[in-house]
Design a binder for this molecule. Structure first.
Ligand code: TXA
Ligand code: MG
Length: 314
């Protein structure tokens, strides 16, 4: 089998054709790369689950070109959903809304709600505009692995399953979108991400709730976003350096992961740093947690998931 085609702007028309033909296209977004399929084609959506090895029933986010398409995919638009979409789209925010009747069960996992997002990456914006429909896309990694933030990382994980990988360069945010469930009152933050809770509460003019766990956000398992290496967490760089030194005396290939005080840069480099440690053959990553609050919450969430015990390391 030949590998996927890798392309940029010149490949967009072919990528649209591939989507229309029910094939998978990897798309760059500002958060992470997505594994995209025509959200209205059940056979195409089924290919996503097969390629990722992802259990069916885990709902997918539908990516749209323009915020006005919200009305086509949502049964109702609450004032909260409207305000958040108007403020943060295009951008790293996913809104859970009551789904319109035509939205496929394969996309929503049979739920009455659907996750929608208008990504800001220019290449994918152009793809979505020319395609016209919704593109269902989870992160373009195999189930349980790190999300890819470069085209190379997509090919490493999913190469053969994808017709075209659109190469939009490294993702600028670097961690997955913030997910807000707007079907509850008050809205609930299901996943921390590039848009902070404070930013959301400022627009809503009211506090949000935090909710997590499989029933609220299926597919957001504890042992997610994990590199091959074991990940141990420390609260300071000093503690991290000491632990790395101690592990070295035991003959372990331990590496320090410290994103530093620039949280935007830390988020952007997080998954690439863990992948790089895997490539170097590290067996333990000692990760320094940033302080809580703002983007620090999202980074802490991903590091805790990477550190969660898991059954297999492959
Ligand atoms: O930044 C992102 O959100 C990336 C890019 C590609 O857009 N996508 C992404 O997709 O992270 P994925 O499938 O890896 O994670 C999406 C999560 C699911 O695990 C699920 O927990 C939640 O979104 N989700 C989607 N639809 C939902 C719904 N209707 N109700 C509750 N949770 C939902
Ligand atoms: Mg994912």
């Amino acid at each position: 089998m030949s590998g996927p085609r890798l392309g940029g702007w010149e490949a967009i028309d072919d990528a649209v054709d591939a989507l229309r033909a029910g094939k998978l296209v990897a798309i760059p977004t500002e958060t992470v790369y997505g594994l995209g399929a025509d959200a209205s084609n059940p056979a195409a959506v089924a290919k996503i689950f097969a390629a990722k090895g992802r259990p069916t029933g885990h709902p997918l986010i539908v990516h749209l070109a323009d915020p006005v398409q919200l009305q086509h995919w949502a049964a109702t638009i609450t004032p909260a959903a409207h305000a958040l979409a108007t403020t943060f789209w295009p951008g790293p925010l996913t809104l859970i809304v009551h789904r319109a009747d035509h939205v496929l069960d394969a996309v929503t996992g049979g739920r009455t709600t659907v996750g929608l997002r208008v990504p800001s990456h220019p290449l994918t914006h152009e793809l979505l505009t020319r395609f016209g429909g919704g593109v269902a896309a989870p992160s373009a990694n195999r189930f349980g692995r790190l999300s890819p933030t470069t085209a190379e990382a997509v090919i490493e994980d999913l190469g053969e399953a994808v017709a075209i990988v659109l190469d939009g360069g490294p993702c600028s945010v670097g961690i997955e979108s913030t997910i807000v469930d707007t079907t509850t009152d008050p809205p609930q933050v299901l996943r921390a991400g590039g848009i902070t809770r404070a930013q959301i509460e400022e627009i809503l003019g009211a506090p949000t709730e935090s909710a997590s766990g499989p029933s609220r956000a299926p597919g957001m398992l504890a042992s997610h976003y994990a590199p091959r290496a074991r990940v141990d967490l420390v609260e300071s760089r000093v503690a991290g350096l000491a632990e790395v030194a101690r592990l070295h005396t035991e003959g372990r290939r331990a590496e320090l992961l410290d994103g530093g005080s620039d949280l935007v840069a830390a988020a952007r480099g997080l998954y690439a740093a863990m992948r790089a440690a895997d490539h170097r053959g590290a067996d333990v990553i000692i990760a320094v947690l940033p302080p809580p609050g703002g983007l620090g919450d999202a980074i802490r969430d991903r590091l805790k998931k990477a550190a969660a015990p898991r059954r297999t390391a492959g």
